[in-house]
Design a protein around this ligand. Structure first.
Ligand code: TXA
Ligand code: MG
Length: 350
């Protein structure tokens, strides 16, 4: 398949180009587009054939449900069943934005879109290109992250091109994704909101609106045979770099010392080594390919740099990657959730 790649400036949206993309969605095709979290791979979410194409393009397991992207609150009447006061409150507080809500689904939503679940994931994105694309297309846009299954989520159009060229009808380049981590997923089908995937909006942000909120108990541990995370996608080894990633946890000096030791050893054995450092520690490392993920002075740079750096170490063909840990800020839960998955939960406490 020929993939058309176009640029759309979010500050000055070209309506002719946008219409072309919207028409593809309307007629059952695939369009990758920027959002404020990561790039999404969109198709008409109520059209079974169209959303089936998403699974093929990504190589995604069919039990992993899709998020439906909407541009107006009225969509909730179409897509959800019953009232969720919690859902309404959170939607009013944070939409459009980096929040996905899980509701009971209406009969209009095909089980092929929800991976057989009776619930449906819904998000209204804030990125102007995403928002306008959904609005113009007039369909509910099912969109997972636009990476090939198992690779880090794409934060630039270049990442999408790497994974999806030849597999989708169109890729819209709208620049770098602002946040760089996928949306916070909150289940609002019960009495208390439950965070199924941590993201830019934190537990505290949610609590400010609803009073109570909690994390899905299974979030920060390694999935096992009989343990099922509530978001089906969270059980897969996501964001996997090709090299083996190990996270070092502890006081900064000890982490640096341990990483230097491990890097020197692997390098002397003839392996290609990568190190995930920060602006603050970059100069403290000696061996291997040393890259900074961002600065600890601004946690957003670390969130925004994570998927990019994992992809860069793939390009470098690093055999071993050693990383500092990043628990120390409000985005820490979201960053470490992704990093732990990427590492296959391989941690060294020093
Ligand atoms: O920021 C984002 O959410 C991006 C952009 C494109 O919007 N999308 C995204 O989609 O990250 P995806 O498919 O990569 O991740 C969706 C996650 C998966 O872990 C999936 O299992 C979970 O949402 N999910 C979808 N429907 C669900 C449901 N009904 N119940 C529980 N989890 C659900
Ligand atoms: Mg994904």
């Amino acid at each position: 398949m020929d993939t058309k790649i176009i640029k759309i400036d979010s500050n000055n949206i070209d309506s002719i180009k946008l219409k072309e993309a919207a028409d593809i969605l309307k007629s059952g095709g695939l369009v990758a587009f920027p959002t404020e979290t990561v790039y999404g791979l969109g198709a008409d979410g109520l059209n079974r054939e169209a959303s089936a194409k998403i699974y093929t393009a990504k190589g995604r397991p069919s039990d992993n449900p899709l998020i439906l992207h909407i541009s107006s609150m009225k969509a909730l009447d179409d897509l959800t069943e019953g009232e969720s006061l919690l859902g309404k409150k959170l939607a009013q507080a944070f939409w459009p934005g980096p929040l996905t809500l899980i509701f009971n689904k209406s009969s209009r939503v095909p089980l092929t879109t929800t991976g057989g679940l009776n619930t449906v994931a819904i998000r209204m994105p804030a990125h102007p290109v995403a928002y306008e694309l959904i609005r113009q297309s007039g369909v509910y846009v099912a969109a997972p992250s636009a990476n090939a299954s198992g690779r880090p989520s794409p934060t630039t159009a270049l990442h999408v091109i790497e994974d999806m060229e030849g597999r989708v009808d169109m890729i819209i380049d709208g620049g770098k994704a602002d946040i760089g981590l996928e949306s916070t997923i909150v289940d609002v089908t019960g009495d208390v909101p439950v965070i199924l995937r941590p993201g830019f909006l934190t537990l505290e942000d949610i609590k400010k609106v609803t009073g109570e909120a909690e994390y899905d108990k299974s979030l920060f541990q390694k999935p096992t045979e009989n343990f099922k995370p509530k978001a089906p996608g969270m059980k897969y080894r996501h964001y996997a770099p090709k090299g083996q990633l190990t996270i070092y946890e502890g006081e900064s000096g000890s982490v640096i010392e341990a990483i230097n030791k491990a890097a020197a050893k692997k390098q002397s054995e003839g392996f290609k080594v990568g190190i995930i450092a920060t602006d603050e520690t970059l100069k403290a490392y000696k061996d291997g390919i040393i890259k900074t993920i961002g600065t600890r002075k601004d946690e957003k740079t670390i969130a925004g740099g994570l998927f990019q750096i994992l992809r860069e170490f793939d390009t470098e063909q690093a055999d071993y990657i050693f990383s500092e840990s990043f628990y120390d800020n409000s985005l820490g839960q979201a960053i470490m959730n992704r990093l732990l998955k990427a590492a296959g939960y391989h941690i060294e406490k020093v």
